[in-house]
Structure formats: C-alpha cells, structure tokens
Design a protein around this ligand. Structure first.
Ligand code: CA
Length: 232
C-alpha cells in the first residue's frame, strides 16, 4: 500500500516515513501543498491514502483537501494538525478529510488510524486477499498456496515480494506497466536499478512455480506484467 505524506516539518516527516516504511507501507513524502496536489493527481492509482498536514506552504492542507474533493478524488485522507478545537475539527472534516489526528501523537496511534481508513478502500481486505488458489495473509507477511495437487502450504515472502503480489492480486487479468509497478512498490527517492521490477517478478515467479503456477505471471512484452487468474 502506497501513501503520500504531505508534511513540512522535517523531523516529523522523517519519523513518519521511517516508521511506516517498517510496517509494510511505501511512503512518498513532499513538504508543500502544491507538490501534494501534483503527486496525487498525476496518476490517481499510485496512492491508496494521503496523510496531509493542516498548515503547509504554498497550499494549506485544508485547501488541498477541498480541491481534491471538488475534483472527485476519493482517496482516504488523514489530516494532521496542532489544532484541537472543536470548530477546527469540523472545518477539517467539512473540507473532506476522513479522519483527524492532533499533534503530538504516537506512531502506534497513527498506524491504527491508517488501518481504520484502509477498510474504506474498496479493494482492501483487512486480513486476507484471495485469488484462485492464492491467499495473501497480511498478519504473517506470507502467502498460503494450494498446489495443483490440492496441498496447501504457507510460504513466507519478503516485503517487496509481498507488496508486488498484493498489487498484482488487486488487479488480476490487467496488464500493469513497469512504471506503474515501480511507482507503486518503491518510493520515488529509493535508488532502485532500472531492472528492479523484472528481478522481483523473477523471484516471485520462482516461488509460484514450486506449486505449479509458473504461468500465472505473464510477461507482456515491451509493456509490463499480468497476473492471469485462469492459471490460479
Ligand atoms: Ca505544518
């Protein structure tokens, strides 16, 4: 799951990004409202959720929220703010924020709020994601695979394998481009090599092949990859 964090306080931004990155999220971080608008609207499928600070340079968090909702962007938004008066909270929610967190807050609370917001995303399933004989297990970073012979086994995945498979399973039978996969699985500042997508696909294919699903991930030449549900 990829999140855009829009926060202009360097220390807080760094803490949030680091903490969430250790909990399976991929986080891009920008420090002003206008950059936030550009990132969120360039390709609306990139981010599943936005964390937006109230007070931001160039465009305030409130204005950003209002603009997104006015343009029919539906992604869940968590507002961060130092304000905790009731009328401020109402202003934030009226602007289109889904939830509201008052600074200072603990990272455990932030993650709990994010989990609550994730449940509103149509494709999100809180514990497990099933496609054919594959079942992603969010609690254990693993996948339960029922082989063609009918034997179920749990296979542990690396963070990147898990995120890649989750993305593919959320968009079965659809070709996802190299760029889409790269933008979704890696943050923009990560120094990933150009063949990093192909390398991760290779690792994942190898794991699936052990259970007879070597044809599940199809290479669409010059374009990207497709997870074919018919082979699962
Ligand atoms: Ca601020």
């Amino acid at each position: 799951m990829k999140i855009l964090l829009i926060e202009d306080e360097p220390d807080l931004g760094a803490i949030i990004k680091t903490n969430l990155s250790h909990h399976q999220y991929v986080v891009d971080w920008v420090a002003d409202g206008r950059a936030g608008w550009e990132y969120l609207t360039l390709d609306p499928t990139t981010y599943s959720l936005a964390i937006i600070d109230w007070m931001l340079p160039k465009m305030s968090g409130i204005e950003l929220c209002q603009r997104l909702r006015a343009e029919k962007y539906t992604l869940p938004i968590l507002m961060l703010t130092a304000k905790d008066r009731m009328e401020d909270k109402i202003t934030g929610l009226d602007a289109g924020a889904d939830d509201y967190l008052v600074k200072p807050f603990g990272m455990a609370e932030l993650r709990a709020r994010l989990r609550a917001l994730q449940r509103r995303i149509p494709t999100f399933q809180p514990d497990k994601l099933q496609l054919g004989n594959l079942q992603l297990d969010y609690g254990n970073n693993a996948i339960a695979i029922t082989s063609l012979a009918g034997i179920e086994q749990s296979v542990s995945l690396t963070v990147k394998e898990f995120q890649l498979l989750e993305y593919l399973m959320q968009h079965p039978d659809r070709t996802l481009t190299h760029d889409q996969i790269r933008n979704r699985i890696w943050s923009l500042d990560s120094e990933s090599a150009s063949n990093v997508v192909a390398a991760q696909i290779r690792l994942l294919r190898k794991k699936l092949a052990e259970f007879g699903y070597e044809n599940a991930i199809e290479t669409v030449r010059g374009f990207g990859y497709r997870l074919n549900s018919i082979h699962l």
